[in-house]
Design a binder for this molecule. Structure first.
Ligand code: C5P
Length: 290
């Protein structure tokens, strides 16, 4: 039997780090928005091992790929003796702050659970996902959501009314930023390492009530401090987006993908063109309605 799943990505409208924890992780509050730009995953039950293939030859396809780990965790937790062959059609940039790999892991669990008649409950899948990575549980659901703790405690939002009718432009400059590097280097920026709590919940209220103009939203990303310090091009990119009618511009997650939010389709289309003529065609861009 074969199952195909689209595997999306996210942006963080706020990523507010509250401090370093005793276990080495960072306590945070964030608001993530699902973005319908997809990888494609195809699963076929076969044999008794996990086989992963990918259209991008440089991507690891063994135990160091989150898809493989998620499939392995599924079989371990269900005691099901079977194998699966998985093909990943990768469109979302990797190490990009978009959670593409995390989405792949969550969608692998969801797909295998569907293929094998739902042996796992939602809360069992959440538990497995949070062990695999901090922002993986978010991808088990499809709503904008607040996340707390390491990022694994999810609180879905009913609406983000303020964003309806707006347009998103994602720009990836073609280099990756390592998430552990970004967190470690926050230590050099104590104000950003020790953020004030409750900002994410205030932002969620603003998105739901839609009374605050988009330009006045408290968008913030603690991890911009180390990333923009090391890669000044990311600040230049944000300035360029704002010059080309983005109402707001910011880096997502641990970067380097930078997003702009626009009031209408004509503005987002002309900004995309302008970014390519300023920075060249090696930059990856994608447009989505919000
Ligand atoms: O949980 P995940 O595997 O995605 O985290 C990757 C790395 O990012 C961790 O090993 C840690 O260095 C850092 N991290 C952190 N605090 C978080 C999430 C991630 O320090 N809340």
């Amino acid at each position: 039997m074969t199952v195909t799943r689209k595997s999306g990505c996210k942006i963080n409208l706020i990523l507010n780090i509250l401090g370093k924890r005793a276990d080495g992780f960072h306590e945070l509050e964030t608001l993530m928005l699902p973005v319908p730009i997809h990888d494609l995953l195809t699963f076929s039950t076969t044999g008794n091992s996990i086989e992963l293939t990918c259209n991008k030859p440089d991507l690891p396809t063994g135990a160091d790929n989150l898809i493989w780990s998620a499939a392995n965790a599924f079989f371990k937790n269900t005691n099901i003796e079977s194998g699966v062959s998985i093909h990943l059609e990768k469109n979302i940039p990797t190490a990009a702050g978009l959670g593409g790999g995390s989405g792949n892991a969550a969608n692998t669990l969801l797909a295998l659970n569907e293929l094998f008649d739902s042996p796992l409950s939602f809360s069992q899948m959440s538990g497995i996902c949070s062990k695999l990575g901090s922002d993986i549980p978010f991808f088990l659901q499809d709503k904008p959501a607040l996340a707390f703790g390491r990022g694994e405690t999810i609180e879905p939002l009913e609406t983000a009314t303020l964003l309806s009718g707006k347009w998103l432009l994602l720009v990836n400059p073609g280099f990756g930023i390592s998430t552990p590097w970004a967190y470690q280097n926050l230590a050099r920026f104590p104000d950003h390492l020790n953020g004030q709590p409750e900002r994410a919940r205030r932002l969620a209220n603003q998105l739901e009530s839609a009374r605050t103009p988009l330009a006045e939203l408290d968008l913030y990303n603690s991890l911009e401090a180390p990333a923009l310090d090391k890669y000044p091009i990311l600040s230049i990119l944000q300035e360029s987006l704002l010059r080309h009618h983005a109402v707001v511009a910011m880096m997502s997650g641990s970067g380097a993908t930078t997003f702009g939010i626009f009031n209408n389709e004509a503005h987002v289309a002309s900004a995309k063109e302008a970014i390519h003529s300023e920075f060249g065609d090696s930059f990856w861009t994608a447009v989505s309605a919000l």
